[in-house]
Design a protein around this ligand. Structure first.
Ligand SMILES: Cc1cc2nc3c(=O)[nH]c(=O)nc-3n(C[C@H](O)[C@H](O)[C@H](O)COP(=O)(O)O)c2cc1C
Length: 332
C-alpha cells in the first residue's frame, strides 16, 4: 500500500487516549454586551486575513485516495470560504504525473489554499510547490519522532536548520513552521524566530499520533512512544510569552467549535483540523460536510457571544479553569 494511504488508514484507526482541551473550562458571561450578528470571527496570520478562525490542515495528496480526499475537502473549503492546506507536496515532486494536488486549484477557483513540505527538503522543493500551486503560504513541517520511528525514515537531521534558513531566504510567500501532532516548545519557537520565521503551527498531542501510525506501519516496536510529545493546550500555555511576539497557530486534537474557541482563548491566531476533517471525509458526503462546517461557523459565533467576546482578540480576555494533567503541567 502507498505510504500516504497507510497514514490515512492508521490515522482513522487511532483513538487518542486523552485530549487536553477536556482539561480546560471557559468562564461564561451572564450579562452580555453584544448581539450575535455583531461578532466578528476574522483572523489574521501569514500576511492574510481570513473570515473564519479555523481551517483544514495539511493531510493528503500523492495517491488515488489522497486525491479524492483533497477534492472533497477542497470543495468544502471553497463552499464554506475557509482555508485548505494540502499534505506534503513532496509526493508530487517524486511523480510528475501526480495530479492529486493541482486538482484542488483546478476545481475551485478562488480557493484559499496553503501547501506543505518537509524541513528535510532543499528550498528548491518548496519553490516548486509554490510555483505549481500558487498558495497563500508554505508550511514547513518538522516531524522528528515520526522519521525516527518510520521504518524508511531519515536518519540525518543536521541539515534541517540550514534548509529552514534557505527557505526563509528564497521563498517569496509567508512560511509557517509546523509540527505534526507532537507539539512545539518555546525553545523551538525561539530557535525558529532566530532562523527568520514568524509563524508557528504548534500542532500538539491529543488527536492524530504519527508515532502510532509509524508503529503500525512497521513492527510496532515502539508502541510505548505512541503518546510522545506535548499536548496542544500545554504547548499554548507554555508559549504565553510568544503570543504577541510570534504568530502561534494551534492544531492537534481539535474536534469541534468549543476546542477551536479554547485554542483562541489561549492566544492562537487560528486553528487547524486534520483528523476530524479526515473522519468527516471518510464518513460523509461533500454536501453533509459543507452543512457541518457552515454550522461550526455559527457555533463559533454563538460561543464567542456567550463569552462576551466581540472578536477573536477579545477572546484572550476570557478567564478559564484548568484541571488534571494540563493544570499540573502548567504549574511546573
Ligand atoms: C492522514 C494524515 C496525513 C498527514 N500528512 C501531513 C503532511 O503531509 N504534512 C504535515 O505537515 N502534516 C501532516 N499531517 C499532520 C496534521 O497536519 C496535523 O498536524 C496532525 O494530524 C495533528 O492534528 P489532528 O489531531 O487534528 O489530526 C497529516 C495528518 C493526517 C491525519
Amino acid at each position: 500500500m502507498n505510504r500516504k494511504d497507510e497514514h490515512i488508514k492508521y490515522a482513522l484507526k487511532y483513538e487518542s487516549t486523552g485530549n487536553s482541551f477536556d482539561d480546560m473550562e471557559l468562564i461564561q458571561c451572564s450579562i452580555p454586551k453584544y448581539n450575535l450578528e455583531e461578532i466578528d470571527m476574522s483572523v489574521n496570520f501569514a500576511e492574510n486575513t481570513f473570515e473564519y478562525p479555523f481551517f483544514i490542515n495539511a493531510m493528503t495528496g500523492g495517491s488515488k485516495k489522497g486525491k479524492e480526499i483533497n477534492r472533497k475537502l477542497a470543495k468544502v473549503a471553497k463552499e464554506c470560504n475557509i482555508l485548505f492546506v494540502t499534505g506534503s507536496y513532496s509526493a508530487a515532486l517524486k511523480n510528475p504525473d501526480d495530479d492529486s494536488f493541482e486538482v484542488v486549484r483546478k476545481e475551485n477557483k478562488g480557493l484559499l489554499l496553503g501547501t506543505n513540505i518537509g524541513a528535510d527538503k532543499n528550498y528548491t522543493a518548496g519553490m516548486k510547490a509554490v510555483e505549481d500551486l500558487k498558495p497563500l503560504f508554505l508550511q514547513i513541517h518538522v516531524n522528528l519522532m515520526q522519521e525516527l520511528i518510520m521504518p524508511e525514515g531519515s536518519r540525518n537531521f543536521n541539515e534541517w536548520e540550514k534548509n529552514i534558513v534557505d527557505f526563509v531566504k528564497n521563498i517569496k510567500v509567508p512560511l509557517i513552521l509546523k509540527e505534526v501532532g507532537f507539539g512545539m516548545s518555546p525553545e523551538t519557537v525561539k530557535k525558529g524566530m532566530e532562523l527568520g520565521l514568524k509563524t508557528f503551527d504548534i500542532s500538539g498531542r491529543g488527536g492524530t499520533s504519527f508515532a502510532y501510525i509509524e508503529n503500525m506501519r512497521g513492527e510496532n516496536r515502539f508502541s510505548y512512544l505512541n503518546e510522545w510529545g506535548q499536548s496542544t493546550v500545554s504547548c499554548l500555555l507554555g508559549l504565553k510569552d510568544y503570543i504577541n511576539k510570534a504568530e502561534i497557530i494551534a492544531s492537534g486534537g481539535v474536534r469541534h467549535p468549543l476546542d477551536i474557541i479554547k485554542a483562541l482563548v489561549l492566544g492562537a491566531k487560528a486553528v487547524g483540523l486534520s483528523g476530524t476533517m479526515l473522519r468527516l471525509a471518510e464518513n460523509n458526503s461533500t454536501e453533509e460536510i459543507i452543512e457541518i462546517v457552515n454550522s461550526w461557523k455559527e457555533e463559533c459565533r454563538m460561543i464567542m457571544c456567550a463569552l462576551n467576546a466581540k472578536n477573536v482578540k477579545e477572546l484572550q480576555n476570557v478567564k478559564y479553569v484548568l484541571y488534571g494533567k494540563t493544570k499540573e503541567f502548567y504549574l511546573k
